[in-house]
Design a protein around this ligand. Structure first.
Ligand code: USQ
Length: 393
């Protein structure tokens, strides 16, 4: 299948290109390298040493024997999106080309606008390009489990049946996002759903949990194929941050009392699921929603898990609860469903400790790169708009 990856240079995009190529798909992609710039704006770098795109293309060709179709550009530029889709003629578009950071979107007005504009306009451009050029293609749109928030009832996959004043309907499940970033994904979901209804497009909207991990099965132990791993307060996700902290002896940093529950998925499971979705498109005109995660954990459980796994290989690190810079519930009900992907054949990784161990072992090689930027491990972006490093509690 001809698969177009928007955001092919990112944490998920680069391994997905490899995963799909290894399965015989023809992969193409675009990227404007914004993720690299945003992380450097946060005063950080990837823990893993990642290559520039020219070298990545060479490594890809060595590994898979064919050239990677690539264009550099910005998804908010309509002509760029139109011409890229027109030249590549995709059968599936995997849209990973958004700003993925809640804290980044909460910095100030400029960052809120940047994140929402980048994400919403980019998606609208892709939808219009699909309508005009490839109306039969399948849009695999990366949303987030954070769109739902933490309601006090079970979370279904996108839609639920509701009875109100004696009448019943199946409606989108209410979204209660917790950051301007998460709201941008909600707005995207509404726009994608509307485009499917109006123009007969088809799409799978993936509500993905927090991803963690360093590797996927298809990297063939070639260091050039490694993906980025961030650990700063904005682009580093929690387990990745905790692992980076552990290997340099920095205290592990749960925010607040650590009772927050979230859904999580290993990087390699994310690749497995996205591939299943690409290879099993919905019927024409269908808009479907899949919840994509392996399991649910509290922040506290994760801190203990990383500490214990790290201790097994000689890293003895404390856990230090920090003032929570975010406004979020720390004690709440959380029970999301995730049956659709299991029905398609998703085999969740069972041993999460093993995954964490593998990540720590991978990252140990690069501890100097983390040590050099360790100042970024303590957050200062607060949900109330002020910018001040949080304190230990
Ligand atoms: N947290 C800590 N300590 C840390 C970092 C985070 O306790 O050092 C807590 C946060 O307060 C939050 C939870 O861990 O309760 C998750 O935070 P996160 O930064 O790992 O994830 P989040 O901001 O929710 O965003 C990440 C990705 C985003 C994706 C989302 C999936 O950056 O792109 O959409 O995970 S989900 O969380 O399901 O919405």
């Amino acid at each position: 299948m001809r698969v177009f990856i928007a955001g092919i240079d990112g944490y998920l995009g680069w391994p997905l290109a490899q995963f799909l190529a290894a399965r015989g798909h023809q992969v193409g992609g675009v990227d404007g390298y914004q993720r690299r710039q945003w992380v450097s704006e946060m005063g950080s770098q990837s823990a893993t040493p990642i290559l520039g795109m020219d070298n990545r293309k060479r490594a890809y060709q060595d590994a898979f024997g064919e050239k990677l179709w690539f264009r550099e550009g910005d998804l908010t530029n309509w002509e760029f999106v139109r011409d890229s889709v027109s030249d590549f003629q995709p059968e599936a578009i995997v849209h990973l080309g958004e700003c993925p950071s809640a804290p980044y979107s909460m910095i100030d007005l400029e960052h809120t606008v940047l994140v929402q504009q980048n994400n919403i306009v980019g998606t609208l451009n892709i939808l219009h390009a699909m309508r005009d050029i490839t109306p039969d293609a399948h849009l695999v749109k990366l949303g987030t489990m954070g769109e739902y928030g933490t309601p006090n009832i079970d979370i279904p996959e996108g839609f639920f049946e509701i009875e109100y004043q004696g009448r019943k309907d199946v409606l989108p499940f209410p979204r209660q996002a917790g950051s301007w970033y998460h709201w941008s994904k909600v707005h995207d979901s509404n726009n994608v759903m509307f485009a499917c209804k109006m123009w007969g497009l088809r799409s799978t909207d993936i509500m993905q949990g927090v991803v963690f991990g360093t590797r996927v099965d298809k990297m063939q132990d070639d260091e050039r194929m490694i993906t980025r791993v961030d650990f700063d307060q904005a682009f580093g996700t929690i387990i990745n941050r905790f692992c980076c902290q552990a290997i340099i002896g920095h205290p592990i940093t749960p925010y607040g009392n650590g009772g927050q529950k979230r859904s999580f998925i290993p990087l390699k499971d994310s690749m497995q699921c996205l591939t299943l979705v690409v290879e099993n498109p919905p019927a024409t005109t269908e808009y479907r929603v899949f919840n994509q995660f392996q399991g649910v954990f509290t922040v506290k459980e994760l801190a203990l898990k990383v500490r214990q796994v790290a201790a097994e290989i000689g890293f003895d690190v404390p856990i230090t609860n920090l003032e929570n810079p975010r406004i979020e519930s720390e004690d709440h009900y959380y029970n999301p469903k995730h049956q659709a992907l299991l029905d398609l054949g998703y085999h969740p990784t069972e041993d999460i400790d093993k995954e964490v161990l593998m990540m720590i072992e991978d990252l140990m090689k690069y501890s100097d790169r983390i040590e050099a930027y360790k100042d970024v491990l303590i957050p200062d972006v607060r949900w109330n708009g002020s910018r001040k490093k949080v304190q230990t509690i």
